[in-house]
Design a protein around this ligand. Structure first.
Ligand code: NAD
Length: 438
C-alpha cells in the first residue's frame, strides 16, 4: 500500500518507519526542510532507541522516502495519516488544531482516487468532522473518507509499542475505509494485535480518556506518597500492595515528581476544556491537572527542605532532564519547573542528561551542564535525581562522596533503597519512603 505520514515527528517518523518495515511504501512529509534533509542523509532529528536502524534499512530498500512536497506525496496515496502536533493553545488550554487544519487543506488539494485521510494526531472529539468539512469545502470532488486512528506508543519504547500494541483503535463507519485500514494493519493483525473499530468520535475520545486515566493513576499515587510521608508508611509497598490486585494493575503507580512530557499535560487539559464546553465537566481530571501542576514546584520545596531550608548560593546537581528516560524530549519535563523554582531561590544549578542536553540548552541556557554525573557532583550541596536513566541506577557512591560538598541525595524517582545510599554516608530523601526502606 502507499501511505503518507504528514508530520515527521515522534509519531509520524516511528509509525512511518514501522509501516515501511511491514512492507508498505511510505512517504514522510514535513514542513521543516532541515528535518527532511537530515532524514534523507540518514540522520534522525529525534532520539528513539532502535529507530535509526529501521529508518536506514527501509530507506535503503526504497520503501521509506522523505519530502517537503506534500501535494506530490499525497497524489498517489491510498491512506494519508495526519501526525502533526496538537499542542496546547496559548491562553485557553484547548488543543491547537491549526496544524491539523492546515494539513487537511493541503491534502484536499492533492488527493486523487479514493483516499482515506486518518487523524493519528491526538485530536478533540469532532475534529474528524471538521477535517472532513475542510476537505469537502476545499475540493468538493475529492473521494475521501476521514477516519480516526489514535496512536498509543510511548516515547522510549515506541518501536515495540507500535509493533506490538495492546489494541489498534480505528474510528470510521465507512466500509471502504474499514477495508483499507484492515489492509494497512494486516501485518499486526496476524500477530494478534486486536483491531478495534468504532465510531470516529468514540475513537477520538478513547485516546483522551486513556491518557487522562493514566495521568489520574500517577497523580493518585503521588498524593498517596505525600500522605505516606505524613503518617509513616512506604508508598513503594502501598503501590505493590494495591498494584498486585489485577483490577488495579501495577503500572503507572510509581510515585515521583509529577507527570510531564508531550502528551499527558496537554491532553488532560484539552479534555477538561472539551468537557467544560459540553457542560459535562470531568472533575477528577480537573483535579488531576491542578494537583500535578502544584507538584512540580513542591518537588523544588522538597529539595530546599533537604538542604536545610536555604539554597541561596548552594550548588545543586540535577541528574536527568528529560521527562522520562530513553528520550530526548524535554516538553513539560518536571526538571524545567524544579530548576526554575530552585533558581528563584538563588541555587546554582549544574545538570547532566544522557540525551536531553541539546534541547535543554535551548530552554535553559543559564545553567551549567556536565559530561557525566561525576562532573556535576563536584562541590555539590545536593544531588537531585529527576529522571531515572539506567546509568543513574548504579552510581558509584564512594566516588560521589569524595566529590560532593554535602552528601545529600534527593531521589525523586525512588530508584535507590534508602539503606544503600545511607550505607555510603549519604542522607537520602525519597518520595513517600520510610527511613531505612529497601
Ligand atoms: N510523542 C508521543 O509520544 C505521542 C504519542 C501518541 C500520540 N501523540 C500525538 O501525535 C501528534 C504528533 O506528536 P509528535 O510528538 O509526533 O509531535 P512532533 O512535534 O514531534 O511532530 C510534529 C511534526 O509535524 C510537522 N508539521 C506540522 N505541520 C505540518 C504540515 N502542515 N505538514 C507537514 N508537517 C507538518 C512538524 O514540523 C513536526 O515535525 C500529537 O497530536 C500528539 O499528541 C504523540
Amino acid at each position: 500500500m502507499r501511505l503518507v505520514m504528514v508530520g515527521a515527528g515522534y509519531v509520524g517518523l516511528v509509525s512511518g518507519a514501522c509501516f515501511a518495515d511491514f512492507g508498505h511504501h511510505v512517504i514522510c512529509v514535513d514542513t521543516v526542510e532541515a528535518k527532511i534533509e537530515a532524514l534523507k542523509a540518514g540522520k534522525l532529528p529525534i532520539y528513539e532507541p532502535g529507530l535509526e536502524a529501521i529508518v536506514r534499512s527501509n530507506a535503503e530498500a526504497g520503501r521509506l522516502d522523505f519530502t517537503t512536497d506534500l501535494e506530490e506525496a499525497v497524489r498517489d496515496a491510498d491512506v494519508v495519516f495526519i501526525a502533526v502536533g496538537t499542542p496546547s493553545r496559548r491562553g485557553d488550554g484547548h488543543a491547537d488544531l491549526s496544524y491539523v487544519h492546515a494539513a487537511a487543506r493541503q491534502i484536499a488539494r492533492a488527493v486523487t482516487g479514493f483516499t482515506v485521510v486518518v487523524t493519528k494526531s491526538t485530536v478533540p472529539v469532532g475534529t474528524g468532522d471538521e477535517v472532513e468539512r475542510i476537505i469537502r469545502e476545499e475540493n468538493p470532488d475529492a473521494d475521501i473518507a476521514v477516519a480516526s486512528n489514535p496512536e498509543f506508543l510511548r516515547e522510549g519504547a515506541a518501536i515495540a509499542d507500535f509493533k506490538r500494541p495492546d489494541r489498534i483503535v480505528i474510528g470510521t463507519e465507512d466500509e471502504r475505509a474499514i477495508a483499507l485500514m484492515k489492509e494497512v494493519y494486516r501485518p499486526l493483525y496476524i500477530n494478534e494485535s486486536p483491531l478495534f473499530f468504532c465510531e470516529r468520535r468514540t475513537s477520538e475520545l478513547i485516546k483522551y480518556a486513556g491518557n487522562a486515566f493514566l495521568a489520574m493513576k500517577i497523580t493518585f499515587i503521588n498524593e498517596l506518597a505525600d500522605l505516606c510521608e505524613k503518617v509513616g508508611a512506604d508508598v513503594q509497598k502501598v503501590a505493590k500492595g494495591i498494584g498486585s490486585d489485577k483490577r488495579i494493575g501495577g503500572k503507572f503507580l510509581h510515585a515521583g515528581p509529577g507527570y510531564g512530557g508531550s502528551c499527558f499535560p496537554k491532553d488532560t487539559l484539552a479534555l477538561v476544556k472539551t468537557a467544560q464546553d459540553n457542560e459535562s465537566p470531568l472533575r477528577l481530571v480537573e483535579t488531576t491537572v491542578a494537583v500535578n501542576d502544584n507538584r512540580k514546584r513542591a518537588m523544588a520545596r522538597k529539595v530546599i527542605a533537604a538542604c536545610g531550608g536555604e539554597v541561596r548560593g548552594k550548588r545543586i546537581a540535577i541528574l536527568g532532564l528529560t521527562f522520562k528516560p530513553n528520550t530526548d524530549d524535554m516538553r513539560e519535563s518536571p526538571a524545567l519547573t524544579i530548576i526554575q523554582a530552585l533558581q528563584d531561590k538563588g541555587a546554582v544549578i549544574a545538570a547532566y542528561d544522557p540525551e536531553g542536553m541539546a534541547s535543554a540548552r535551548e530552554l535553559m541556557p543559564d545553567i551549567a551542564y556536565g559530561q557525566n554525573v561525576y562532573e556535576i557532583a563536584e562541590g555539590a550541596d545536593a544531588l537531585v535525581l529527576v529522571t531515572e536513566w539506567d546509568e543513574f541506577r548504579a552510581l558509584d557512591f564512594r566516588r560521589l562522596k569524595r566529590l560532593v560538598a554535602e552528601p545529600v541525595l534527593i531521589d525523586l524517582r525512588n530508584v535507590y533503597p534508602v539503606h544503600e545510599t545511607e550505607r555510603h554516608g549519604f542522607r537520602y530523601v525519597g518520595v513517600g519512603r520510610l527511613a531505612g526502606a529497601n
